[in-house]
Design a protein around this ligand. Structure first.
Ligand SMILES: [Zn+2]
Length: 366
């Protein structure tokens, strides 16, 4: 059995419900039909209470979906993509394909949900007080209005991953421009709020004779405590390499011109990121030897071939400055033997760049 039930798409966003939601609707309908509505609106038939209970439970789920859609639609406006919306036991979760583009966007996306819930709550309460409305409908609307107000206000608690916690983190992020720090503070505040919810829930359950509400609040506090712990800031994207200096690896060692090319193996081990090594003669770099050139040579010739014989002479190589743009360097390197270039600053050799460095600079998505 799949863990969730697909409910279709709205604005292209897949909507699904966790199976726990079915249990929630059944339990909630039953609790409303047998306890809540008979005490708040006495004198109706049991069929009326059952209908009110089912309508109210399904209505509440629909309102939670509208809350999540408000987040999702605001996120679309902020240029984000929405992966999915899942409804489950504690409400709904809208999943985004990537992280919020800015603190301001996070605030607007976070507040869109509670704003809709509060508007829905106000509208339902206003409708419930309309004269001439049959009592069962008025009672159901009154309950839905109250629940939406609770949903809106509760979600504004400043605890991650609740909306209030996101808005708080977004505000700290927008003012300090430090997402990691904003998240750390947000997680600390969340812990305090979650422990407060659990304590309040247990006090309500034990001292005020309202075990269901108290345990519910304590469970949500526990959920916030657990979920908030995983609310880590995403690693900031590594800055895109722009110039040759950003991708330059110092070579460190060089090979003497008159030794066999097999010596390259002892100088740069198999774990080395280097793919070429300078060849020196009299302390002067006279060329470079790519590992690939050694590997291209038949093994029986390797011990008889000197670095001088196989190297690319310095004069044949493209010379680049560390400040050269990678984009500008790429076509130049394509014309250089084996795709290698020397990085030189004021006639001092700083290093070698080759195909691997250039390709890795484009492989890093940013
Ligand atoms: Zn929300």
């Amino acid at each position: 059995m799949p863990s969730s039930l697909s409910l279709g798409r709205i604005k292209g966003i897949p909507i699904s419900a966790n199976w726990s939601l079915v249990g929630l609707i059944v339990l909630l309908s039953w609790e409303l039909a047998t306890h809540v509505f008979p005490s708040s609106d006495p004198g109706q038939s049991s069929i009326a209470y059952t209908a009110m209970g089912i309508a109210a439970a399904i209505g509440l789920i629909a309102c939670i979906l509208l809350h999540e859609l408000a987040h999702a639609i605001q996120a679309l406006r902020e240029g984000m993509r929405i992966h999915s919306i899942t409804l489950w036991l504690f409400g709904g979760v809208a999943r985004f394909d990537r992280f919020f583009p800015s603190g301001g966007a996070e605030i607007r996306i976070a507040l869109a949900g509670p704003a809709i819930s509060i508007v829905l709550g106000g509208a339902a309460l206003a409708s419930a007080s309309l004269p001439m409305l049959p009592a069962p409908i008025a009672t159901t609307l009154w309950w839905l209005g109250t629940m939406n107000l609770i949903l809106g206000v509760f979600n504004l608690l400043p605890a991650l991953p609740l909306d209030g916690g996101r808005a708080l983190r977004g505000a700290m992020w927008a003012t300090t421009h430090d997402l990691a720090r904003a998240t750390r503070i947000g997680v600390q505040v969340s812990k305090i709020v979650a422990i407060g919810m659990m304590t309040t829930g247990l006090v309500i359950a034990m001292s005020f004779g309202n075990p269901v509400s108290g345990i519910w609040l304590a469970l949500i506090g526990l959920f916030v405590l657990q979920a908030g712990r995983h609310e880590a800031a995403p690693a900031p994207p590594a800055p895109a390499p722009v110039t040759i200096a950003d991708i330059l690896r110092p070579t460190g060692v060089s090979l003497s011109a008159d030794v066999a090319v097999t010596q390259i193996e002892t100088l740069i081990g198999s774990s080395s990121p280097l793919t070429a090594i300078p060849v020196s003669d009299d302390e002067q770099v006279i060329g470079i030897l790519p590992v690939a050139a050694v590997e291209a040579l038949a093994p029986e010739f390797r011990s008889r071939t000197t670095a001088r014989a196989l190297m690319i002479p310095r004069g044949d190589l493209i010379r680049l400055s560390p400040t050269t743009d990678i984009a500008a360097a790429r076509p130049l390197l394509a014309t250089s033997p084996w795709g290698y270039g020397l990085v030189v600053d004021n006639d001092v050799l700083l290093g070698i760049v080759g195909p691997r460095e250039i390709n890795q600079s484009t492989a890093n998505p940013t």
